[in-house]
Design a protein around this ligand. Structure first.
Ligand code: MLT
Length: 265
């Protein structure tokens, strides 16, 4: 569904199931549909909330270039809109993880647990920022389809790319459905995001770090640094998965999430 959740923001989101809310934030250049395997598996035992981040999917109706902090505030606004006052479990993959870390910094009292999948705490370095500028030029010249084509070989493990047409098609569809401005502005938000490393020590909720064994964008070494930085965090490495671990190996991903949620009850 799509609703005006605050002045100047129309948000696309799914809200299904009952129980402790689990909010899952998608990666770039994707949308909430990437969480379909988790929504299907978990909404029988859990309230699952899947928002589209500002400028991507169906979330629109605002002015200016979004920031990762603003995206975190949008999630808080969605919780207000749905009158969810109890602390939630927040999970994010990659860009969704950056937003989750911003939410942990800006709204710590609203968190009951954190799931950080295929993501990192550090800001972009000089080379990464240059590559972001090249990607902005690419989308502005050739459109969102060119960006997802460039990213596909990095988003998934080689075996997923050659053998899992369902996963590749779903990623391609999500990427192609974006707007040029939405993708360009999301890249600006990624490029300009702050370093979340100093805030890791302030995270006081149970935290699960998940990473695909073959993730080439945010590799297991980045996950290990996150895990080491957050008191009591636990790490799960998903075999035979790249960056999109939740889509590539949904059974293993869901099992890790279920076990984590079980420990919070
Ligand atoms: C993502 O999957 O959200 C992006 O690859 C994140 C990034 O490029 O930093």
């Amino acid at each position: 569904m799509k609703r005006a959740i605050k002045p100047g923001l129309e948000m696309g989101f799914d809200d299904e199931g009952q129980g402790i809310p689990l909010v899952l934030l998608h990666g770039f250049p994707l949308a909430r549909a990437m969480w379909q395997p988790q929504g299907n598996a978990l909404r029988g035992s859990q309230r699952v909330l899947l928002p589209d981040l500002r400028g991507l999917g169906e979330t629109s109706g605002f002015d200016g270039i979004p920031s990762i902090d603003q995206m975190a505030d949008d999630v808080a606004a969605l919780l207000d809109h749905l009158q969810i006052a109890e602390p939630v479990v927040l999970g994010g993959l990659s860009m969704g993880g950056y937003v989750s870390l911003a939410f942990a910094r800006r709204h710590p009292q609203r968190l009951r647990g954190l799931i950080l999948a295929d993501t990192r705490a550090e800001a972009d370095g000089a080379e990464a920022r240059t590559n972001r500028d090249k990607m902005i030029a690419l989308v502005e010249k050739e459109g969102p389809g060119a960006v997802i084509e460039q990213m596909l070989p990095k988003l998934v493990a080689p075996a997923t790319l050659s053998r899992r047409a369902d996963v590749v098609t779903a990623l391609r569809r999500m990427g192609q459905a974006q707007t040029t401005a939405g993708v360009a502005n999301a890249v600006r938000a990624l490029r300009d995001r702050p370093d979340s490393t100093p805030g890791l020590r302030d995270i006081r909720v149970p935290t699960l770090v998940i990473v695909g064994e073959e993730d080439g964008i945010t590799p297991p070494s980045a996950a290990a640094a996150l895990t080491a930085g957050i008191a009591g965090a636990r790490q799960v490495v998903i075999p035979h998965a790249g960056h999109m671990s939740n889509m590539e190996q949904p059974a293993a991903f869901n099992e890790a999430v279920r076990e984590f949620l079980g420990g919070l009850r």
